[in-house]
Design a protein around this ligand. Structure first.
Ligand SMILES: Nc1nc(=O)c2c([nH]1)NC[C@@H]1CN(c3ccc(C(=O)N[C@@H](CCC(=O)O)C(=O)O)cc3)C=[N+]21
Length: 308
């Protein structure tokens, strides 16, 4: 068997067409140009690729992206104050914090301020990555029709599944990884009322045998790892399954690579996303959609709820 590649472009194009019309409408109706501010701390290769792509592709459709860059030694307190100010600033519609953050901020403890304290300073109507206390609580509740923001990558995964006709209700799903913007929200989305699947959640503490048993039984596997220590191979998959590769990293030669052994898995899976050209471009389109959404909230419109 050779898997059908789940190419992101047609999915992204449909979203971008809608976003373009929205940008024109926002301009006509309120004279507003949507603006996303990206808080970037230090240098991370995959964030760098993402940021550069974003500035270019967003400008093309009339969304401004403003990077706010900090040294990797910056304190959480400084970032909290920065994000609070951006939340108050009427010219900023969306706020995104480039992840991962430096270790001293990622690993927040009871005593040390860290990433969650920063996320919580994002105004609920500007939280385009869906990471604040407000957004995460709504996702946990799982009422699609009330959501203020669904994280762009989770939204992208659901749009890909829909476009390629993959039903999730009643299916066995494995999500690998528990990152705040990928594995964690995707697992809640697919297992909750939005996906109605039975979801197993694997991560660094899952023994290899447990992971392999679960993926061998899965109808759908979503990998969100992005580490050279992890690769999903054909021998742990069920024939005819759907494989979504979210984990993107840049290897030492500067190539963008995913979590999945594409050339092996394509002989086993029925549907498979490539990297690049799979979920990545759809994530970018979904972020644009979320920035437009944030701009509508700022203009006083109540646009809660998502159409998947
Ligand atoms: N707060 C936050 N939110 C993010 O969503 C986020 C982040 N931080 N940090 C970094 C990662 C990385 N990421 C990518 C998304 C799309 C492509 C993408 O569009 N890739 C293209 C190829 C790009 C190229 O080849 O240059 C593709 O897959 O076809 C890449 C990387 C989002 N991230």
């Amino acid at each position: 068997m050779t898997a059908t590649p789940m190419i992101g472009k047609p999915v992204a194009d449909a979203i971008v067409t809608k976003v373009k019309a929205d940008v024109v409408d926002l301009k006509e109706r309120y004279g507003i140009t949507p603006q996303l501010t990206v808080v970037q701390v230090g240098k991370d290769a995959s964030s760098e690729v993402y940021l550069q792509n974003k500035v270019k592709s967003f400008a093309k459709i009339g969304i401004a992206v403003k990077p706010h860059t900090f040294e990797s030694t910056v304190s959480a307190a400084v970032l909290e104050d920065t994000v609070s100010a951006l939340s108050e600033d009427k010219s900023v519609h969306g706020i995104m914090i480039g992840l991962p953050l430096p270790l001293h901020i990622e690993n927040s403890t009871a005593a040390n301020r860290g990433k969650f304290d920063i996320f919580d300073r994002i105004h609920q109507f500007k939280d385009v990555d869906g990471v604040s206390r407000h957004s995460t609580a709504e996702l946990y509740r799982g009422q699609l029709e009330r959501l203020t923001f669904l994280p762009s990558t989770a939204l992208a995964v659901s749009r890909m599944l829909k476009f390629y006709g993959v039903e999730t209700a009643g299916k066995r799903v494995v999500v690998v990884g528990r990152n705040d913007i990928t594995g964690k929200p995707i697992h809640h989305m697919l297992g909750g009322r939005m996906g109605n699947a039975t979801v197993s959640w694997c991560h660094r503490f899952t023994p290899k045998e447990t992971h392999d048993d679960l993926t061998r039984a899965a109808d759908i596997v979503v990998t969100c790892v992005g580490s050279p220590r992890y690769q999903l191979k054909a021998d742990v998959l069920r024939g005819g399954s759907t494989v979504i590769d979210v984990g993107t990293r840049v290897d030492k030669d500067g190539n963008l690579i995913g979590d999945v052994d594409f050339d092996g898995v394509k002989h086993v899976a029925a549907l498979l996303t490539p990297v690049p050209r799979g979920v990545g471009p759809v994530t970018v389109a979904c972020l644009m959609e979320n920035v437009v959404r944030a701009t509508r909230f700022c203009a006083g419109e109540d646009v809660r709820g998502y159409l998947l």
